[in-house]
Design a protein around this ligand. Sequence first.
Ligand code: ADP
Ligand code: MG
Length: 266
Amino acid sequence: MANDNHGPHGRLPEAFASDVQIENVSKSYRLPNGTDMLALDRFSLSVKAGEIVSLIGPSGCGKSTLLRTIAGLERPTTGKVSVAGKPIDGPSAARGFMFQDPSLFPWLNVRHNIQAGLVARGVLHGRRAEVEEFLNVVGLAPFAELHPHQLSGGMAQRAALARALINDPQVLLLDEPLGALDMFTRMRMQDEVLRLWRLRHVTMLLVTHDIDEAIYMSDRIVVMSPAPGRVERIITVPLDRPRHRNDARFFDLRAEILEELHFAGD
Ligand code: ADP
Ligand code: MG
């Protein structure tokens, strides 16, 4: 497991979290038969700098579309997204992305995967020490020479997390990043992500199907409607951090969200 000797005064440079404004964003896709399919319908959300917001909703309701739009990989059909007051006009290292599939470069070892973004931007030379720092922070220093196929799922996700965070993103977009992990690894990784969030103070949008994960991680939970995705409800998580998974209020919130998603049963 990662060592924890970095605390709030760790040597990693301070990242600057930014607010994210999503205003009336609709997105439709042109299907091969020529019809348009509405994936997002006038979606609005204001995320504060440094906030963690989870998005939950049925499959196909536009969660990935929304994250890709914030990443600048898609353009909204109407509406706009801005980060720190600036409209998004394409992908940027200021917005880190992490997917369920860690999508590491298979031909690079862990260290080279983590520093790939620095190499691409031509800034590795001045930041080699930081690469070693990040290897330590995510507990992968002993495994720096290993290649992706030699890593467990949790290790691969820690490498992907370090790779996203080393670019000092103002916003980290997480699309079911822990969905493929077993329950125990997943809970450890949730703590890992929270620890890095405290360290870097990054704004996070997290897509998850796991209600407990949403409650454990986020300041607010956005429940989305079935397709086309709209904001159905926003639930503020009133629990202090660090949170306790067996807190009675945790169970109450879970019941409330299940009810909202119509999965509470009779
Ligand atoms: P979610 O992540 O909530 O499961 P997605 O954002 O992946 O949902 O997809 C929302 C809807 O948009 C789905 O019906 C999906 O098939 C459609 N969609 C997503 N990407 C594309 C695309 N590039 N072209 C056409 N349709 C797409
Ligand atoms: Mg998705």
